[in-house]
Design a binder for this molecule. Structure first.
Ligand code: 5GP
Length: 114
């Protein structure tokens, strides 16, 4: 099975600015930032998208959701607030088929998103 783009980043086969990593996940700067802070948080396990996750992934998904605010605290933008986004499938705007959490911060977010 060929590695996904984000697996290659996790394995440092493709360069990225990594800001956090642990046994289960890696966070790095998005290459096309949509906000002053735009990080991606990905599981090392190449789950294609949130709709492909199973009960087996429950703990991993919980870990991702707890790690996003941990990164926000560590990076110093938690107090000002941030947004997390998971795009799923064509209408969701997914372009990379490896589950990832967008972490956006550093400006006032608007709702609804475009
Ligand atoms: P999606 O549209 O699938 O929710 O988000 C994919 C994100 O991955 C996009 O925000 C895009 O800018 C980012 N991205 C795509 N290729 C690369 C890359 O090679 N390196 C990094 N750091 N980000 C990437």
């Amino acid at each position: 099975m060929e590695k996904t783009l984000f697996q290659k980043i996790c394995d440092r086969e493709i360069p990225a600015t990594i800001v956090y990593e642990d046994d289960l996940c890696v966070s790095f700067k998005d290459i096309t930032p949509e906000a002053p802070v735009h990080l991606l948080l990905v599981p090392r396990k190449p789950i294609p998208r949130i709709a492909a996750a199973t009960a087996e992934d429950q703990a991993l998904l919980g870990h991702l959701l707890l790690t996003a605010p941990k990164i926000a605290r560590e990076q110093g933008f938690a107090d000002d607030g941030f947004r997390i986004v998971i795009n799923c499938g064509k209408n969701g705007g997914e372009t990379v088929p490896h589950l990832h959490v967008h972490i956006l911060a550093g400006r006032q977010m608007t709702w609804p998103p475009g």
